[in-house]
Design a protein around this ligand. Structure first.
Ligand code: DGL
Length: 281
């Protein structure tokens, strides 16, 4: 949400502070992967609410409450900007987050809308969790931004466990993709927004099913551009010239954490620290 924040209230040395990125779980590491690629100098603090995931089946009130606790935790860690990498949070709780904090808070809806604008596509499919789709946030923002755009949406809840299980291109994955996406394929959308942290893992199966002519949009990539622009606008980029580091906090360490995290981030994750945020922040 490319909000302008005035520089006059910025603390000194803010440039060296980390970027805070949070998600309902480990899935947000697909967004981190893009941020690392495009902003390698930035330090990152990641929080995944693995004890309370999934958010995609929860009510807006609960999603908002959790999101505020997650972001408060990052703020206490001294971050200079926050990315709500969770599409469910970005679709349901963004206003509450932006109102609450003085630092920039960026969400995946704006990143997705920016990415759609760049393609010039006029008939868009949106897929995400039930809470993301039911919020109609993408639909609303796309219609505000792009005249004459047509949007159809579909919740694809089973993509989340498939991605976590690593079943991203087998028979079950292909059948599930077909079952969910056939209506969008039949309607001949020009572009499909993968509006969930987990869906980039299924990109191959999705793209093969939809056909080459359908542009597959990954808002995580666009988020890294949006963040870069926001930091430059505020003159708060990290300029140390050395590679940034990343610290991961989770509200629970899932049994299969190492395997899932590697699939989502693309490189092994060495360790994560468990924190209790529910009653503390
Ligand atoms: N991180 C969520 C999202 O991007 C997917 C998992 C969940 O339901 O919490 O919407």
């Amino acid at each position: 949400m490319g909000l302008m924040h005035s520089q006059k209230n910025m603390p000194r040395n803010i440039r060296n502070r980390p970027i805070g990125i949070f998600d309902s779980g480990i899935g947000g590491l697909t967004v981190v992967k893009q941020v690392l690629r495009n902003l390698p100098d930035e330090n990152i603090i990641y929080f995944g609410d693995t004890a309370r995931v999934p958010y995609g089946t929860k009510s807006r009130a609960t999603i908002t409450r959790f999101a505020i606790q997650d972001a408060d935790f990052l703020l206490k860690k001294g971050v200079k900007a926050i990315i709500a990498a969770c599409f469910t949070v970005s679709s349901n709780a963004m206003n509450a987050l932006v109102r609450r904090f003085d630092i920039p808070v960026l969400g995946m809806v704006e990143a997705g809308v920016d990415a759609v604008k760049k393609t010039g596509a006029k008939f868009i499919g949106i897929i995400g969790t039930s809470a993301t789709i039911e919020s109609k946030s993408y639909e609303k923002r796309l219609k505000e931004e792009i005249k004459g755009i047509k949007v159809i949406s579909k919740a694809c809840p089973l993509f989340v466990p498939l991605a976590e299980e690593g079943w991203v291109n087998n028979d079950i994955a292909k059948m599930t993709v077909e079952k969910y996406l056939l209506p969008l394929k039949k309607k001949r959308v020009d572009a499909l927004v993968l509006a969930c942290t987990h869906y980039p893992l299924l990109k191959k199966a999705i793209s093969e099913f939809m056909g080459k002519e359908v542009k597959i949009i990954l808002p995580g990539r666009e988020m890294s551009f949006l963040l870069k622009q926001e930091l430059a606008n505020l003159n708060i980029e990290n300029r140390t010239g050395s590679k940034g580091n990343m610290k991961i906090y989770l509200s629970d360490i899932p049994r299969n954490f190492g395997r899932i995290a590697k699939n989502f981030l693309g490189v092994p994750v060495l360790n994560a620290e468990k924190v209790e945020i529910e009653n503390k922040w």
